[in-house]
Design a binder for this molecule. Structure first.
Ligand SMILES: [Zn+2]
Length: 125
C-alpha cells in the first residue's frame, strides 16, 4: 500500500498532548504522522503498522473529508474504543499475532488483555 511517514508531525504532537501519551501515530489520508516515536521504531512494530495501514485504506475507501467526518461521527456516537473504524484497524493490527500464535502453537505472552488497546499509543519499551 502506498503511504508516507511524517516524523515529528505537528498534528501527531497535538494528538499526543490531548491524549497525554508518550507517542502517537495518526493517519491523515496516505500519511502516517508520528510524534514521540521515530520511523524505525514504528516500522518494527508490525501490528502497529498494520493498524495504521488499515486507517489509510479507510481514508481511501471513503474519501479524505468524508472519512474524517464519518470517523468523528462514530467517535461522538460510540466513543473511541467502539468506533467501528478503530475496531476494524485493531483487528488488522492483531492478525500477525494470531499468525504467530498459530506458528508457535502456544504463546503465553500473547493474551487479549495484553494487546495494545484501546488507543494508538504505545509506552516506550
Ligand atoms: Zn486507530
Amino acid at each position: 500500500m502506498e503511504y508516507k511517514i511524517v516524523e515529528r508531525s505537528l498534528f501527531a504532537r497535538i494528538a499526543r498532548m490531548v491524549l497525554k501519551s508518550k507517542n502517537v501515530a495518526m493517519v491523515l489520508g496516505k500519511s502516517i504522522h508520528l510524534s514521540g516515536v521515530d520511523r524505525h521504531t514504528f516500522l518494527r512494530d508490525e501490528g502497529w503498522v498494520a493498524h495504521e495501514l488499515c486507517h489509510i485504506r479507510q481514508f481511501k475507501e471513503h474519501g479524505f473529508f468524508r472519512f474524517l467526518w464519518l470517523y468523528l461521527l462514530e467517535s461522538m456516537r460510540v466513543g473511541y474504543y467502539h468506533n467501528k473504524y478503530e475496531v476494524e484497524a485493531r483487528i488488522a493490527g492483531t492478525k500477525h499475532l494470531h499468525q504467530l500464535r498459530y506458528m508457535a502453537d502456544t504463546s503465553p505472552e500473547i493474551k487479549p488483555g495484553s494487546l495494545p488497546l484501546p488507543t494508538d499509543e504505545k509506552e516506550a519499551v
